[in-house]
Design a protein around this ligand. Structure first.
Ligand code: NDP
Length: 483
């Protein structure tokens, strides 16, 4: 046995991860269900480093040094279960199975329990950064035991992206913690992308700007506190022309956005935990609406009434000021999206018994992953100092930022609503912020309705205990139900 690490599943992600591992001095065992992929990897990229190709899973396992460590990069779901099973059968106690696919964290909890019972380690590891990240440095979010981290840590550190000299990987927590954090990362990605899309839409149809002009705006924004991978690629792709027609490529692309499920999981999990992640939810629903072909065609036929989306400006100065408003609104909404996402991680950690260092999570998202952004430096500082323990919105840096951006934020939401441009993420983030700072919410009325029709009881502001009003009785007496 010569390989210190192995990769099972050599499609786009697995082969790039294997190459990255080999380029960093690891000897990499390779296995894929159909051997052609393994052959192709050796043929095309055998020069990247030391590979040990295997035709069977037994041969693959035999080529690994102990403790044997294998990273699975196959289709999520049943194929992952089948691969784990085959590996566990061929491996010995103490060996480590890593699932680098986009698995649902509850599957990871279940698999970890099963594999642990067989004396092996199981690590669910979130991998972000797509194919390019897998090859040149992803952001890695491994869960699992401390013991497995001892073997795996140095290997993952060798291939992770670097941000300010630090590898973008940290041991997130036990069992499903890594996949949970990766899930929320993806949820935040939905929010970030929808915010960019809404900003584009306001400029495009509200202000009549061309994709090129908007691309220039994003390019300029990328030099501000919004500096991030997603803003950078948006600027680039808005400048792209269609080869066939010469038109901006973005105008040729059908306006349906797909999704693979991690955004939906983020929202479903948040609903289970009772954590409001309204910004992520609107991001997911906006994609859903984009794909409701029949509904949208029906609406077009119905010619539903409303303003046409044009924003009027008195002069150029006003137009410029509004572009600046959109930038500031985006920053404020982005802060809310991250505040909600980190709240979900915190609530998940409490529910599932994980000890997750939020500052470390923010740090490993600074490089390699899709939401990488300069802003994550200050996010990690806010958690480090303890100021963001309850909410990122309470950290002085972000409190000040929102104070600064708030006028713009409100102008953008008000303008889009009055002109008929949908901006669900801008709007819901502002509503969340306003709800949070409200001393009293109208939930008192909802609770009275619940008590009225379902005797669900209520608390009083002036006395401890639970109460119920006999709403239908003459004189409506109140009963104290418990202390
Ligand atoms: P795919 O998700 O397309 O999966 C293809 C791989 O799965 C092939 O190696 C295939 O083997 C193998 N496979 C499929 N079914 C089985 C089975 N029943 N038994 C054994 N092996 C099977 O590949 P990707 O590289 O795109 O992604 C791999 C994993 O990484 C997925 O879980 C994905 O969600 C995750 N991921 C992907 C990202 C991306 O940007 N694409 C980013 C981060 C994570 P064969 O060649 O024999 O068919």
């Amino acid at each position: 046995a010569t390989a210190n690490i192995g990769v099972v599943g050599l499609a786009a992600m697995g082969s790039n991860l294997a190459r990255n591992l080999a380029r960093h001095g690891n000897t990499v065992a390779l296995f894929n269900r159909h051997y052609e992929r393994t052959e192709k990897l050796i043929e095309d990229h055998g020069d990247d480093g030391n590979f040990v190709p295997a035709k069977t899973i037994e041969e693959f396992v035999a080529s690994l040094t102990k403790p044997r460590t294998a990273i699975i990069m196959v289709k999520a779901g049943a194929p992952t279960d089948a691969t784990i099973e085959a590996l566990a059968d061929a491996m010995d106690p103490g060996d480590i199975i890593v699932d680098g696919g986009n698995s649902y964290f509850k599957d990871t909890i279940r698999r970890e329990k099963d594999i642990r019972a067989r004396g092996l380690h199981f690590v669910g590891c979130g991998v972000s950064g797509g194919e390019e990240g897998a090859l040149n440095g992803p952001s890695l979010m491994p869960g699992g035991t401390d013991e497995s981290w001892k073997t795996l840590g140095p290997i993952l550190k060798s291939i992770a992206a670097q941000a300010e000299g630090e590898p973008c990987v940290t041991h997130i927590g036990e069992n499903g913690a890594g996949h949970f954090v990766k899930m929320v990362h993806n949820g935040i990605e939905y929010a970030d992308m929808q915010l960019i899309a809404e900003s584009y839409d306001i400029m495009r149809r509200g202000m009549g700007m061309t994709p090129d002009e908007i691309g220039d705006v994003f390019e300029a924004w990328n030099k501000t506190e919004l500096n991030s991978y997603l803003i950078e690629i948006t600027a680039d792709l808005l400048h792209e022309k269609d080869k066939k027609t010469g038109k901006p490529l973005v105008d040729i692309i059908v306006d349906h956005a797909g999704m693979k499920g991690t955004g939906t999981w983020t929202v479903q999990t948040a609903l289970e935990l009772g954590t409001p992640v309204t910004v992520v939810a609107e991001g997911v629903f906006a994609r859903g609406l984009s794909d409701q072909t029949e509904l949208r065609a029906g609406a077009a036929e119905q010619n539903l009434s409303g303003p046409d989306g044009t924003i009027e400006f008195a002069n150029d100065e006003e137009r410029k000021a509004f572009i600046n408003d959109i930038r500031q609104a985006m920053y404020a909404s982005k802060i809310v999206a991250y505040a909600q996402g980190f709240n979900e991680i915190n609530d998940g950690a409490k529910e599932y018994g994980w000890d997750i260092d939020l500052a470390a999570v923010a740090r490993i998202w600074r490089g390699g992953c899709i939401i990488r952004a300069q802003f994550l430096n200050v996010v990690s500082d806010a958690f480090e100092s303890g100021e963001a323990n309850v909410s990122l919105l309470f950290a002085s840096y972000f409190k000040d930022a929102i104070e600064r951006c708030q006028g713009s934020w409100r102008r953008v939401v008000a303008k889009t609503m009055s002109c008929g441009i949908p901006a669900p993420v801008f709007a819901t983030s502002l509503s969340y912020y306003d709800a949070l700072r409200s001393k009293r919410l109208p939930a008192c009325l909802i609770q009275s309705q619940r008590d009225f029709f379902g005797a669900h009881t209520y608390g009083r502001v002036d006395e401890p205990g639970t109460f119920h009003t006999l709403w239908a009785e003459p004189g409506r007496p109140e009963e104290k139900m418990s202390d």
